[in-house]
Write a protein that binds this ligand. Structure first.
Ligand SMILES: [Zn+2]
Length: 209
């Protein structure tokens, strides 16, 4: 069966775009979401002489939401008594720019000190489901298909519209690896450069017989 993909892009209170993805059209009303944050320092990259690679620094991430209880989850649909990242009371899947990004498209405006470089890129959050519980592995096949469509479109946008060089979709799962929100979600990082590890992997693949 051929399904039709539907997307709907809306603007959040602080100006960031949010796109709903679904096999059904998203027709729910758009409501208020989290208010804008105070401006914070832009991320930058610094050369690490021992690792011999660039390392990014993003001080604004220190203020990110850290293990909220389920009632205060910022990735749940809008609730009657509280604002979240999602300006709607229901959705299939949603993607939006991270509120605490490690890379930004406007990072070129950062005030840099000797040798540092702007951390150009874009960090997006993908919310796999409106349900707070569960995991990516527990989603339906249709929902996983939707995620592949989302990854493909968002990656194309990052490379064609934003001129980024490398796109990495991934899911961090488990507190041990640094997850600070339990709601099923993943990330898409778009880099203005090809990270060293990926460059080496690509060279190794080319060299393989
Ligand atoms: Zn949640």
């Amino acid at each position: 069966m051929t399904r039709k993909l539907h997307t709907r892009t809306v603007q959040k209170s602080d100006g960031r775009d949010l796109t709903f993805y679904g096999w059904k059209e998203h027709e729910r009303p758009v409501v208020a979401d989290l208010p804008p944050l105070e401006a914070s320092a832009l991320p930058y990259k610094r050369w690490h002489p021992l690792r011999h690679e660039w390392v990014s620094y993003a001080g604004a991430r220190q203020g990110r939401t850290f293990f909220p209880d389920a009632a205060s989850c910022p990735l749940c649909p809008a609730k009657q008594d509280g604002l979240t990242e999602i300006p709607s009371d229901d959705f299939e899947m949603a993607v939006f720019e991270n509120r605490f990004p490690a890379f930004r498209l406007d990072a070129g405006d950062a005030e840099l000190v000797g040798g540092d470089e702007p951390a150009i890129g874009r960090c997006e959050v993908v919310v796999f489901s409106a349900d707070h519980g569960g995991s990516l592995g527990g989603q339906s096949v249709e929902r996983i298909e939707l995620l592949f469509e989302l990854w493909a479109r968002q990656a194309r946008q990052m490379m064609d519209e934003h001129g980024l060089k490398c796109v990495l979709p991934y899911e961090s799962r488990g507190e041990e690896i640094g997850v600070t929100l339990h709601h099923p979600h993943g990330q898409i990082y778009g880099f203005g450069f090809v990270p060293d590890l990926l460059m080496k992997s690509a060279e190794a693949q080319k060299a393989a017989p």
